[in-house]
Design a protein around this ligand. Structure first.
Ligand code: ZN
Length: 138
């Protein structure tokens, strides 16, 4: 199950596990592991480690965000003005600011949800690990 950073208004801020199908069902919200209510994802938190790395002079990209170079033009098109420019020619993602990262991950989440809905509609349970598979492109 993927991990989602969430912020529960009442009690919890941190990482929570959830099935993608549940996140889709609850419109992007993730169940709080502490109180059980649905909480918003903490989109800014997803980018925090990225920005911290940048401050310490290391590569500013999260390992989980990576595509093959051939996928980049399509990913740029899909992300549009909400992160398309963050995709580098070699498939890496680079952020210049925390807000850029937050925007990017929010868009990524939208695309994943759209893809998961498409997959669900087809009745497929594909687990292929390509970025485009996440977005329902293949
Ligand atoms: Zn809670």
């Amino acid at each position: 199950m993927p991990i989602y950073p969430i912020k529960c208004p009442g009690c919890f801020r941190g990482d929570a596990f959830s099935k993608i199908a549940d996140v889709v069902k609850h419109d992007g919200k993730v169940r709080c592991p502490s109180c059980g209510k649905l909480a918003e994802q903490d989109y800014a938190a997803k980018g925090v480690s990225v920005v911290c790395d940048e401050l310490h002079g290391t590569r500013q990209r999260p390992m989980c965000v990576r595509a093959s170079p051939e996928e980049v033009p399509e990913l740029r098109r899909r992300f549009g003005d909400k992160g398309g420019a963050n995709w580098q020619d070699d498939g890496r993602v680079v952020f210049k600011s925390k807000s850029e990262a937050a925007k990017f991950f929010k868009r990524e989440d939208e695309l994943k949800r759209a893809g998961a809905e498409k997959k669900a509609a087809k009745g497929g349970g594909k687990t292929e690990r390509s970025r485009n598979a996440d977005f329902g492109l293949v």
